[in-house]
Design a protein around this ligand. Structure first.
Ligand code: PLP
Length: 386
């Protein structure tokens, strides 16, 4: 029999991957499917980053690399974190990981014991329940109401947080595009302090802000010592396949993760680290260009979808997705997504894959160039009225 840790891992919610898998299958059958279902870019990593990676490998950086991350990269991440979280960070607060996803897992492994409860907000990034379970902990769900801009229900949180070990937060949010306000974050910070809870703050979309400002709970009074920030190069610098992320945490957590890394990854490849270091220190224009592209696509999507055929939309305040509220059609997200795929060859993610609160929604990734994106969104809106 497999371990209880593995047996506790839940099935992906609501058959969400059915659409994605069917889309892949259709592609192998030669059908031209428009993929708006996953959060990967439609362009490849910018050439200067690739050139830097290849150069580093050719110059010999192909051996075992520094396990916590090479010093200049940790320093560059600390500098970025100081600016973006509003609380001073040093290299010793940074641990480089193979992607933000592994950073999440390591953070949970470092601060939770088997059976501990971890609060997450529904709708949630699809891997959260699996990651919490794989770390041996158990998810506790707090809802974010679609009719309240997908902001977390603070009363529900206040009721459920006592006795929990950690709270997993994601702002800007995937899938909803919600960005949490200062008041919300202050209230959450107070709850974490009152109940002695670790805050794991997933900030992989921290640069993609369309309305308001990104605030990291790490920057709030008394929070730096109980906050673990998850960061990543995937979205900001079009580097999903490089698998480079980080944990930003108090040094005792960084040291714990160092032990875990010795037991698991043994570090991120040196040539990847060098590419990331280059991108962080000299790639501001690359990040600015990628961000501007998603901003203009987000504006286009809001223009096309808002009010079209009675669809409702909470315009995303951040991140690279729009959540379309199809409840007026009476169809579930899965039923609508199936129809859209079979009849129009457009793949989107049914909201049900992100939890109960996202039922009756579709998550559309803004991962297509303007004209094709507008055409796909018009088709989606047309189907809502059919
Ligand atoms: N967290 C959120 C909210 C995400 O949307 C993603 C990727 O889509 C990740 C973490 C993981 O990113 P990566 O492992 O590519 O750094």
């Amino acid at each position: 029999q497999l371990s209880s840790r593995i047996r506790a891992i839940p099935e992906p919610a609501g058959n969400a991957w059915e659409i994605y898998e069917r889309a892949q299958e259709m592609r192998t059958e030669g059908i031209d499917v428009t993929m708006l279902s996953i959060g990967d870019h439609d362009t490849i990593t910018p050439e200067p980053i690739i050139a830097h990676m290849a150069g580093a490998a050719r110059q010999g950086n192909t051996g075992y690399a520094s396990v916590p991350g090479m010093a200049p990269l940790r320093a560059a991440i600390a500098e970025r974190a100081t600016l973006r979280t509003g609380a001073a960070a040093v290299a010793g607060n940074v641990f480089v990981t193979p992607g933000g996803q592994f950073a999440l897992f390591e953070a949970l492994m470092a601060v939770t014991d088997p059976g501990d409860k971890v609060v997450m907000i529904d709708p949630y990034y699809a891997t959260y329940p699996i990651t919490i379970r794989a770390a041996g902990a158990a998810p506790v769900i707090v809802k974010a109401d679609p009719d309240n801009g997908f902001q977390p229900d603070l009363q529900d949180m206040a009721a459920k947080l006592p006795g929990c070990r950690a709270l997993l937060l994601n702002t800007p949010n995937n899938p909803t595009g919600a960005v949490y306000s200062r008041d919300t974050l202050n209230a959450i910070a107070e709850l974490c302090q009152a109940h002695d809870v670790w805050l794991i703050s997933d900030e992989v979309y921290d640069g993609q802000i369309w309305e308001g400002e990104h605030l990291s709970p790490r920057g709030l009074p008394g929070m730096a010592e109980r906050t673990i920030v998850i960061g990543s190069m995937s979205k900001s610098h079009i580097m999903t396949g490089f698998r480079l992320g980080w944990v930003l945490a108090p040094e005792q957590v960084v040291n714990a993760i160092w032990e875990l890394a010795i037991a698991t990854t043994y570090g991120v490849p040196g040539f990847i680290q060098e590419a990331a270091c280059f991108a962080l220190t000299e790639g501001d224009a690359i990040e600015a260009e990628a961000t501007a592209r998603y901003r203009s696509r987000r504006d286009l999507a809001v223009d096309v979808l808002r009010g079209a055929n009675g669809l409702r939309l909470s315009a995303p305040q951040g991140a690279m997705y729009v959540m379309v509220d199809i409840r007026p059609t009476g169809l579930s997200g899965i039923a609508f997504a199936r129809k859209l795929l079979e009849e129009h060859h457009i793949a989107v993610m049914p909201g049900e894959g992100f939890g109960q609160a996202a039922a009756g929604h579709l998550r559309v990734s803004l991962t297509l160039e303007d004209d094709a994106l507008v055409a796909a969104l018009r088709t989606l809106a047309g189907l809502a009225g059919a």
